[in-house]
Design a binder for this molecule. Structure first.
Ligand code: TMP
Ligand code: ASP
Length: 240
């Protein structure tokens, strides 16, 4: 039995609850969505359920490929049991194609395939709007050491390779994504948080239709449908 205890933390899209085991917490996925540093707020049907189910399938796939994650098991439609880690306050962003903030900042079109994998890091600090920083800033801030950053980039690159391959099987282009890493009580850096259409840009290869949170950010409609589509394609790809 995993008895849900006190709420430890509430974020924009998820809540975290204590359990009887100090090494484990329960993550609950909400239907709420925010964008642009929470200036835009909304909620859409099935988002929590879909992100829970999608993160479960992706973390199980990554585990099978040798990537250590915080995921233990799915508990119900909205909740999963995970290992308690201390989240490193850096968002690891990977870009395979131009889009979003990078396209805007550099004044380039969206959808240009990059000849190299582009890594960005953002400092997780809501009051500052999660600013883009570099390795020197991260070390200065004490968020990670040089050695930890090297490990984090290597892990993120490996996850990118595995995700590109998985989404390819779903006829989807993995444009970019964000992951968060956490440290276990014994100091190991592992994948935490979620991987879902909230945290990735996913474009259908044939139609280039956006199947991710940009449908909400940009008011494109059919938001729930896009998340369901990703879930269904994932199920099919992983059943093979
Ligand atoms: P960006 O283009 O806004 O910098 O986003 C890059 C990728 O990171 C995109 O797939 C969305 C994801 N992302 C998050 O998951 N959370 C965030 O807070 C931001 C800003 C981006
Ligand atoms: N989740 C972030 C926010 O609340 C940004 C985003 O995903 O666009 O603003």
């Amino acid at each position: 039995m995993n008895v849900k205890g006190e709420m430890l933390y509430e974020g924009k899209a998820k809540q975290v609850f204590l359990t009887e085991n100090p090494e484990e917490v329960i993550v609950r996925f909400k239907d709420d969505a925010t964008a642009f540093n929470a200036q835009k707020r909304g909620s859409f049907d099935k988002k929590g359920e879909m992100n829970n189910a999608i993160t479960t399938l992706i973390f199980e796939y990554l585990k099978e490929k040798g990537v250590e994650t915080h995921f233990i098991k799915q508990l119900d439609a909205r909740e999963q049991l995970v290992r308690k880690v201390s989240i490193i306050p850096l968002e690891m962003v990977v870009r395979n194609y131009t889009a979003g903030s990078m396209a805007q900042r550099l004044g380039v079109e969206e959808g240009i395939k990059s000849p190299i994998t582009i890594f960005d890091i953002c400092y997780k600090k809501d009051e500052l709007g999660d600013p883009l920083i570099n390795d020197y800033h991260a070390i200065f801030l004490g968020a990670a050491t040089r050695e930890e950053l090297d490990q984090m980039y290597a892990l993120t690159a490996r996850i990118n390779d595995l995700l590109i391959e998985l989404f390819e099987r779903m006829n989807i282009i993995l444009v970019d994504f964000k992951i968060e890493l956490g440290k276990t009580s014994d100091g190991k850096i592992i994948l935490a948080d979620e991987i879902s259409p909230d945290t990735c840009r996913l474009w259908d290869k044939d139609t280039m239709k956006k199947l991710d949170k940009d449908r909400f950010r940009r008011d494109l409609g059919e938001v729930t449908e896009a998340y369901v589509e990703i879930y269904e394609r994932l199920q099919t790809a992983l059943a093979k």
